[in-house]
Design a protein. Structure first.
Length: 400
């Protein structure tokens, strides 16, 4: 059979992250790669109780077709938990926040449309936007987020800027209050819409991050959120909040994709969330992830001594970003690390333009403290051998 593919199919590429996750299925691999929440945090008993409650109280409705906008009590709960005045009519329940990115792409992007992104940015967003054939343009960024002057310079004719202000994937950085105020003001002045993605915002360690960008200018932003990181990713449950002017088109795009997000899942999560469950549950996730973040920083400090490896200390979220010495290509380093039973994500695919081959992303949330120690030691040994092979650095002695 001679299948003729649509031109947009050429824009669909395999996920680097999904391919790496296949490697992690090998026995003995310690994965610091995938952005998977720790299964220790899944509230299984709460789900079991909620399932029984939903089926007992209104099982027929829970198993029937439902409204595309989402389950009304869940939309109200989302509106209530956000730190600005949100009309539940502006909340659209999505099948994971990744669907929110897909809907945004379908509604806002034409072939050749300029779309601004951070440097680097979330790979899944680049993949979601890709089939709509945009022209993604990287905005210069530092440890505080996008640099306002470069954002202003590139804002003309851009459809929107896509930002992750809280514990960004992949870098783990957080946009400061001062930078948020400046970015919000500059975008509003330029008439540049903001698509704000916030899947990690509740995973703060010592203090909550500043107010979302959307809270500062709700009419100029689309806000994406997720239950994957605070409950469980297998639910595939997310949401978006959109200005009333754009909401109907996002809803129509969703109707064409899946009619509605599974209503049983929505009702179950609504039941779980009642009586302040998240207020009690999320702090346990924060405490676990903070311990593992601290363990990774300690291991990197110890094992990478003398190797000129730069890394940050994220204030929340799931990821840590590192830059290795000049000359190292983390794509080439990865299979050598896997031979030592440790996996990470190379950083280059997270760039809309030319990526930095020395960078990598490490996830600290699914490995135990002992596994983190073992994995970072193996990664350091792999790096030392790579530097020796490159001949650009003297072989640094292993730490005592």
């Amino acid at each position: 059979m001679n299948w003729k593919l649509a031109a947009r199919a050429a824009k669909m590429n395999p996920s680097v992250l999904r391919e790496i996750l296949k490697v992690t299925e090998r026995p003995g691999i310690i994965s610091l790669a995938g952005g998977l929440p720790s299964p220790k945090t899944f509230p299984i008993q709460a789900f079991a109780d909620a399932c029984a409650e939903v089926l007992h109280n209104d099982g027929q409705a829970a198993l029937q077709y439902a409204a595309s906008e989402g389950y009304a009590p869940l939309r109200q709960a989302v509106a209530d938990m956000l730190p600005w005045n949100v009309d539940p009519a502006q909340v659209l329940i999505t099948t994971g926040s990744q669907q929110g990115l897909d809907l945004v792409a379908k509604v806002l992007i034409d072939p050749g449309s300029k779309v601004l992104v951070e440097t680097p940015t979330y790979l899944g967003a680049l993949q979601a936007f890709g089939p709509m054939e945009p022209n993604p343009v990287s905005v210069a960024s530092d440890e505080d987020g996008v640099i306002v002057a470069d954002l202003v310079e590139k804002a003309k004719d851009a459809r929107f800027v896509y930002l992750l202000p809280n514990f960004q994937n992949p870098t783990g950085r957080t946009m400061t209050e001062a930078r948020r105020a400046a970015v919000s003001a500059a975008a509003a002045e330029a008439g540049l819409p903001i698509v704000e993605d916030n899947p990690y915002g509740e995973l703060w360690f010592d203090e909550a991050p500043p107010l979302p960008l959307t809270a500062r200018n709700p009419e100029g932003c689309i806000y994406l959120g997720s239950f994957s990181k605070v409950l469980a990713p297998g639910l595939r449950l997310g949401f978006l909040v959109a200005p009333k002017a754009i909401y109907p088109k996002l809803l129509q795009a969703k109707q064409a994709v899946d009619l509605h997000t599974p209503i049983f899942t929505q009702r179950m999560v609504s039941a779980v969330m009642k009586d302040g469950f998240l207020d009690r549950h999320v702090p346990t996730i924060r405490a676990l992830y903070k311990r593992q973040r601290d363990a990774m920083i300690a291991a990197l400090t110890r094992e990478m001594a003398g190797l000129d490896v730069k890394f940050n200390a994220p204030k929340g979220g799931m990821f840590l970003w590192a830059r290795l010495p000049e000359g190292v290509d983390t794509v080439k380093l990865l299979p050598k690390a896997v031979e030592r039973n440790v996996a990470f994500v190379p950083g280059a695919p997270f760039y809309a333009g030319l990526g930095d081959p020395r960078t990598l992303r490490l996830s600290f949330v699914t490995a135990s403290v002992e596994e983190i120690d073992t994995a970072i030691a193996a990664l350091a040994l792999t790096l030392r051998e790579e530097l020796a092979l490159l001949g650009e650095h003297k072989l640094a002695p292993a730490p005592v």
